[in-house]
Design a protein around this ligand. Structure first.
Ligand code: SF4
Length: 608
């Protein structure tokens, strides 16, 4: 063991206090200095919870306060923060989730990423609302966090190992379930993060991951191979009876809910058919919106060609996860949880891989190496275009699975052109003189919803704090289900903010996105009161969400954000092949202007 012990001499801003009395919060955070192998436990002022709640709100506040302005994301001073929320560890459905917050090595701006599984309850059982890692270990380390102690274990022999093996080994070596810790789990990085590939993930429960913005890369820079969380702590809830009643009510609702049943029977792969039908399934590196062979990578293909059983995070009746085993062919016996829609779009649509088994194979490679499948698929398709245009001395074409698999390995190990791609799309586009072709916002690639059809997704991608993000508002949902016409521009920003704000509140609890149709504003108020005792109506919650958005906006402005960063790439203003769908810059400008105004920011997107 490298060390462990209390060292209360780190300077923290004056937001911390000695005592906590609120329900639903532990009232304390843990701050770990990896350089010194020391830690301190600090209480948090009640007014911070009152203003920002927990999860994303608390973590964003800490990041703003603790990160030096303009810090290099890979510098030891860039904090990486794990946070759970007031519902984590409770029986409330959709509550087993954690968030990770840092400054992104992929975008250079605010970063958040979330994951489910079972490990979030182990993180929570350590008894902190947030855990801040800063500094940098001089050698590979496993950080072992318990309710009142932190240990630093040597991890030289784990360095270089794939994610699955690392997670199993970290829990086996350092888990103390037999010593009374009910919850034990680990989050890990793979070889890509060790090599500082800028879009590396943090994995847990083998196949779950905080996948976007390169949060794993920051752990890699800190030489943290794994974090083991173990404990027996539980949050005190304000009204256990009300929580129980609410849990029963939604269990009953779930039985008849068509959305719940769709996720349970088809998982997220159901979207392959939906997006192809809408001509919004990004194909052949963002040139088309429909893949002719979509049926071979659809939900039906997955469920008929593989052995699939629904799989759920703890506290979930929706079970959107798919435990999948390939039945036939060269990958027979390959097992993983997935593939999710976004992975299918990235390799199936963008790279035109027409076999669900081969997509599973590429998914498995990304999981083992610890890289984001959305960015990976985008970069592989971008490389194919670069190759076809003679911009690189490298041969690769659409549909070539083995060449793509090889490229993923080169990226993770930074070999050959993999070294260029490991720096991300912005860098590769500059190096290869293909900036007009590269599809990204702030350095992060979009998910599988083409904004030339779903124009609200254009606003979402352009203005998201973390780059081209589909999850801050999941605005494909209202655009695909008739709540608002996909090509409507007027009034779009208003509905968009309604979704974005409600899901910001989701992230303070930290709730799974797929409960968005069940947990309306009123239900969120009800849950908040039952769990914390805080009485907030819809207007109060909207105000909290807006405060969090503005706080993060200020963070990004401090890091150099300009209105040009809130914009779509050139490629997405060009007509889609076959259907001719397009988004015009005046349409995006209209929505963005509206968005800034409704947020209370000036025409440059700056809060008053
Ligand atoms: S819906 Fe899916 S991601 Fe969400 S909690 Fe359930 S299994 Fe996990």
């Amino acid at each position: 063991m490298l060390g462990g012990g209390f060292k209360p001499d780190l300077e923290l801003p004056a937001v911390f206090r000695e005592e906590a009395t609120m329900y639903g919060f532990y009232g304390r955070i843990l701050r770990i200095d990896l350089s010194e192998k020391s830690y301190e436990i600090k209480d948090v002022e009640e007014k911070i919870y009152d203003r920002y709640l927990g999860g994303k709100g608390l973590a964003s506040h800490l990041l703003f306060e603790l990160n030096p302005a303009g810090v290099d994301p890979l510098h030891p001073d860039n904090c990486l923060i794990f946070a759970t929320g007031p519902v984590t560890g409770s029986k409330v459905w959709g509550s087993c989730r954690y968030g990770v917050f840092t400054k992104s090595p992929q975008t250079g701006f605010y970063s958040e990423s979330y994951s489910g599984g079972k490990v979030p309850e182990a993180i929570d059982a350590t008894g902190y609302d947030a855990i801040v890692l800063h500094g940098e270990s001089s050698e590979p380390v496993v950080v072992d966090i318990r309710p009142d102690d932190v240990f630093f274990h040597e991890a030289g022999d784990l360095w270089g190992k794939e994610t699955y093996e690392t997670e199993k080994e970290a829990v086996k070596r350092f888990g103390q379930k037999d010593k009374g810790y009910h919850r034990v789990g680990a989050v890990v990085i793979g070889p890509a993060a060790e090599n500082l590939v800028r879009f590396s993930v943090i994995k847990n429960d083998l196949w779950r991951c905080a996948g976007r913005t390169g949060v794993g890369t920051v752990l890699g820079a800190k030489k943290v191979k794994a974090v083991v969380f173990q404990g027996d702590r539980k949050r005190s809830l304000a009204d256990e009876g009300a929580v129980g009643t609410l849990v029963k009510r939604f269990a009953a609702i779930s039985k008849e809910d068509p959305g719940v049943n769709a996720y349970k029977t088809m998982g997220t792969s159901q979207l392959v058919k939906v997006l192809n039908s809408a001509n919004a399934f990004p194909t052949r590196y963002w040139s088309k919106g429909k893949y002719e062979k979509w049926e071979s990578i659809s939900s039906d293909a997955l469920h008929s060609r593989c052995d699939v059983t629904p799989n759920a995070c703890l506290r979930c009746f929706m079970a959107c996860g798919r435990m999948t085993t390939v039945k036939e062919g060269r990958h027979a016996g390959l097992k993983l949880e997935g593939p999710e829609y976004e992975t299918i779009y990235a390799f199936g649509g963008l790279c035109e891989i027409d076999s669900i088994e081969e997509i599973i194979y590429l998914n498995d490679i990304c999981d083992r190496l610890g890289i984001d499948t959305i960015t990976a698929g985008n970069l592989c398709a971008f490389t194919i275009e670069a190759s076809k245009r003679g911009k690189i001395d490298y041969t690769i074409d659409y549909g070539e699975v083995d060449a793509i698999a090889g490229l993923l390995g080169q990226i993770a190990q930074r070999e050959g052109i993999g070294d260029v791609l490991a720096e991300g799309i912005k860098h590769a586009a500059r190096e290869w003189d293909l900036e007009d072709l590269a599809v990204h916002v702030k350095g992060m690639e979009p998910a599988g919803y083409d904004p030339r059809v779903l124009k609200g997704m254009g606003l979402a991608y352009a203005t998201s704090d973390r780059g081209a993000c589909h999850l801050r508002a999941t605005f494909y949902k209202p655009e695909l289900t008739g709540m608002i016409a996909p090509d409507q521009i007027e009034g779009k920003a208003e509905l968009f903010i309604d979704f974005e704000d409600r899901l910001t509140i989701f992230d303070t609890f930290v709730f799974c996105r797929f409960y968005r149709d069940l947990y309306t504003w009123d239900v969120l108020s009800e849950i908040l009161q039952a769990v914390t005792g805080i009485q907030n109506n819809e207007d109060d919650l909207r105000k909290r969400a807006a405060d969090i958005s503005t706080l993060i906006r200020r963070f990004n402005l401090r890091e150099g954000l300009t209105p040009e960063d809130d914009w779509l790439p050139k490629r997405l203003f060009q007509k889609m092949e076959k259907t001719g769908h397009v988004i015009r810059d005046e349409e995006l400008e209209y929505m963005r202007k509206d968005y800034y105004r409704l947020r209370g920011w000036n025409e440059l997107g700056i809060p008053d």
